[in-house]
Design a protein around this ligand. Structure first.
Ligand SMILES: [Zn+2]
Length: 80
């Protein structure tokens, strides 16, 4: 088991980066839950592909979802 937050974050990102996990778990999560999970994965060092997998798996399964910002975007979306 991990002994500190850094090791735990590395392990968290590695385990939760599985595409299968994303497509099995994401449909059960609400928008706010996906947002904080993706933020946590990003902070833990997960790749943008992993973040996209989670967002895609959630968005396609939730008819009420209005979409989420792209994981690579650190800037607010421009308002046009
Ligand atoms: Zn959503």
């Amino acid at each position: 088991m991990s002994t500190n937050l850094h090791d735990a974050a590395d392990q968290f990102a590695a385990v939760w980066s599985s595409q299968d996990t994303a497509y099995e778990a994401a449909p059960a999560l609400q928008c706010v839950e996906i947002d904080v999970l993706v933020d946590l994965l990003r902070a833990a060092g997960a790749t943008s592909t992993t973040l996209t997998n989670w967002l895609d798996a959630h968005t396609v399964s939730d008819p009420d979802c209005r979409g989420h910002s792209t994981p690579a975007s650190t800037e607010p979306s421009p308002t046009t």
